[in-house]
Design a protein around this ligand. Structure first.
Ligand SMILES: Cc1ncc(COP(=O)(O)O)c(C=O)c1O
Length: 393
């Protein structure tokens, strides 16, 4: 059977129009197709391959771990050196009291578990979330995500969720003594890169503390260097009670985490025991990849190069077809005049060897989130193609 036939017949589709690029191999910022074409991966698998594809240090770490052992037990039972090292590294990078990690499989699972932890800790169940938010596609994370279009056919979802305006200090009055948790992306991703004000973030932290609600920062998209800081909350100097990670955290392998104080995390071990369980959580191969990625990003000067690279993209993408660019570090949303123009541009760029991509719900924008290791020359080449596409709109 032709590979396209297998793809269409034996793999469940997620949309009627998949990109359908047939990948042969990937290296650095490049994807190489079976059609012999080279593509600049200007989205890093949606913010995931953050140090590029097949980074030698990540590959070596994965291979070393494979030589020792792969999965040996469910999360939380055995001591495995690589898992201990990753948890230690995270604790060293995060401020107190965020010292204790629970490794899971994905971003949505991390958010599910964070919400469960908030319910367990507060004895309440109401959750506040924000308009245009996206937290994942399983039922709990979907319940606290905005898009009604995506939720309609899956109701009933979890009760007690209230959605308020992002970046509105007035709306914070919805956070009350009945609130278990507030979940927020410190910079909204799927909304088309929306950056809140410092005043809002400070007021949010204060309001949660006052109401006894746990503040969850979903850093699945913003975490591990994407915005020019190791964690996006560092831009605001506001510390959450729980932080969730996934995507770029794994450096290309699947892993998520929710991280809180030891005092909070301990609650998941009793009443009931096994308050969250997951078979593959803390998978040692994924942990090896995550640790190697973290070590690269935490190296001297690595983070300082991210903002200038983002700036360069912004400077290069000056065009009459562009309505706005919203950006922090190498997390960019480029707004065009219509959704049709976005579709046309993405199609042109892929045909001409540059991968850019849609947002799930913000359809008049396209995303750029390249590997953080991308060079100035690679940025110039990719932006040249995008400008060629903009000229043809
Ligand atoms: C902010 C945010 N949270 C959660 C998720 C869900 O992560 P995953 O697809 O790993 O479940 C995503 C994925 O795009 C995301 O951007």
């Amino acid at each position: 059977m032709h590979p396209k036939e297998v793809f269409e017949k034996h793999l469940a589709p997620t949309s009627p129009f998949p990109m359908g690029v047939h990948i042969d191999y990937a290296k650095g910022v490049y994807l190489f197709g079976k059609n012999g074409k080279r593509y600049i991966d200007f989205i890093a698998g949606i913010g995931t391959s953050s140090v590029g594809h097949q980074h030698p240090k990540v590959l070596r770490a994965i291979k070393n771990q494979l030589d020792k052992h792969a999965h040996v037990m469910v999360y939380g039972e055995y001591l495995q050196d690589i898992v201990l090292e990753l948890a230690t590294k995270l604790a060293s990078l995060l401020p107190a009291p965020l010292s204790t990690s629970y490794f899971v499989n994905s971003g949505t699972e991390a958010n599910e578990a964070a919400i469960k932890l908030a319910k367990r800790a507060t004895g309440k169940h109401n959750v506040i979330t924000f308009k245009k938010s996206y937290h994942g596609s399983t039922q709990g994370s979907m319940s606290v995500s905005d898009s009604e279009d995506k939720k309609r056919n899956f109701r009933p979802l979890i009760p007690g969720v209230e959605k308020i305006e992002f970046n509105s200090i007035d709306c914070l009055s919805s956070i009350t003594k009945q609130t278990a948790a507030v979940i927020i992306e410190p910079i909204q991703g799927d909304a088309g890169v929306r950056i809140p004000s410092q005043e809002f973030m400070t007021a949010l932290r204060n309001k949660c503390t006052e109401a006894g609600a746990l503040l969850i920062f979903d850093e699945v998209q913003t975490g591990i260097g994407r915005t020019g800081k190791m964690f996006a909350f560092e831009h605001f100097n506001v510390i959450p009670d729980i932080i969730t990670l996934a995507k770029g955290f794994g450096g290309g392998l699947p892993i998520g985490a929710f991280i809180a104080s030891y005092k909070l995390m301990k609650l998941l071990s009793h009443k009931p025991m096994l308050g969250h369980i997951t078979t593959f959580g803390g998978n040692p191969i994924s942990c090896a990849s995550a640790l190697a990625t973290l070590n690269i990003i935490a190296e001297h000067f690595f983070l300082t190069q991210i903002e200038p690279k983002g700036q360069l993209i912004e400077e290069l993408l000056v065009h009459t077809e562009i309505k706005a660019i919203r950006r922090k570090g190498l997390m960019l949303a480029i707004e065009l005049k219509t959704e049709e123009k976005v579709n046309k541009l993405i199609e042109y760029c892929i045909a001409n060897g540059v991968i850019i991509y849609w947002f799930l719900s913000t359809r008049n924008c396209f995303r750029i989130s390249p590997p953080l290791t991308i060079t100035q020359d690679e940025i110039k080449e990719a932006c040249g193609v995008i400008k060629g596409g903009l000229d043809r709109l």
